[in-house]
Structure formats: C-alpha cells, structure tokens
Write a new protein. Structure first.
Length: 208
C-alpha cells in the first residue's frame, strides 16, 4: 500500500521486500554483534541468548532474525559459542532456559535478553540459582536508561536508540516533502545501537 500513495512515506522497520520504499530502523544485526563482543571481551566463552516470545519468533519477524544473525556472526568471528534459548514471560520456560544454559556453560555464564519482557523473570531465575549480575554472571538487557538504573543491579543494556530512529524518520519526511522530485523514492537507513555499560556485566579482561 505504501508504494501506491501519492505522498511521501517513511517506514520504521524493514519489510522483507523493501524495494521502492523509504525505510529506517535500528541496526539489529549490529546490536547482536555488539552484545556478543561485549561479553566475549569480558572473557565469556559461552553466551546464552534468551529470545523473544515464541509467538514473535515463530512469525519469523525481521528484526529478530537480524539480531540473531548478528550474534551468530560475532560468535564465529570471536571464537565463542552462542546458545539460542526460548524466552517470553512464562517463568517455567525462562527457568528451563537458564538451567540449559548453565548446564552447557563451563565457566562464568553470560546472558543476553533483547526482549524487555523477560528481564525481570530472568533476574529472578538467576537469583534463585545463586547468581548475581555483575558478580558471577553477566547480563545484557534492553530497556530505557531509567528502568535499567532502577534494577537491583543496574542493567547493562543494548540501546537501540528509538528516539534517534524517530527523529531521523521525521527529518527524512521533511526532506521528501521539500524535494522537487516527483519520482519514486527508495532508501534504507540503519541507526547504529550502542552498549550502555552498567553494573550487570563483568568488566573486560585486561589487555582486551
């Protein structure tokens, strides 16, 4: 439908077929890479990704696949192992995922929780097993800075910079409206995310 409109349209997100569309989104591939690199730098050899809710994963949502692709690519480059485990808001599912991760991790465990809805359940599951983020386990989550700071252990996060994505989308719309061109427009812009360091991750080993 967006292709048929006679007004400028900017999509936040990237559909599988984005030919002829103007799209902007967070760079989820890079987000996955940054998370793995952060934990590899801290000395973790096995990194467990607690994924999105099953309904999201089962739909093969674009940003989920991009994030997973980034984690896998970085793991291959760094020589570490990434485990993809079920996420969501079911406590039993998260507990089982944590147990599987711990059983497959020979040293200090590390977790990435890109779905904000899983983070508190994950924290409780880790606590029940004697694990404290930043002390004997590393955790990277995804939340606002305000929420991250309110956690019992301030949460290191992958900042997808939603405000910057929105700001850039508005700027692109304004540029399209001001353009003299009446032809079709097509572009793809990815906003780079950033790791926001707090207390829930172990610090990098010296020399890394």
């Amino acid at each position: 439908m967006a292709r048929t409109l006679n007004v400028p349209v900017v999509l936040i997100g990237i559909p599988r077929d984005h030919a002829g569309l103007v799209c902007i989104d967070a760079d989820f591939d890079l987000a996955g890479e940054l998370c793995v690199n952060e934990l590899a730098d801290a000395g973790h050899s096995v990194i467990s990704v607690i994924g999105w809710q099953p309904g999201v994963v089962d739909r093969h949502v674009n940003y989920v696949e991009r994030f997973f692709r980034g984690t896998d690519r970085a793991a291959k480059e760094r020589g570490v192992r990434v485990l993809h485990l079920p996420g969501g808001t079911n406590r039993e599912v998260i507990a089982n995922s944590v147990d599987k991760a711990l059983a497959r991790t020979p040293d200090v465990p590390a977790f990435i929780a890109p779905d904000g809805g899983t983070q508190e359940i994950l924290r409780q599951a880790l606590s029940a097993r004697g694990l404290t983020p930043g002390k004997n386990v590393s955790v990277i989550g995804n939340s606002s800075a305000a929420l991250a700071e309110l956690q019992p252990v301030p949460l290191t996060t992958i900042d997808l910079r939603p405000a910057e994505v929105s700001r850039r989308a508005v700027k692109i719309i304004c540029e399209l409206l001001a353009s003299d061109s009446t032809g079709p427009h097509e572009s793809l812009e990815l906003v780079p995310p950033a790791i926001r360091h707090r207390a829930s991750t172990l610090r990098p080993r010296s020399g890394t």
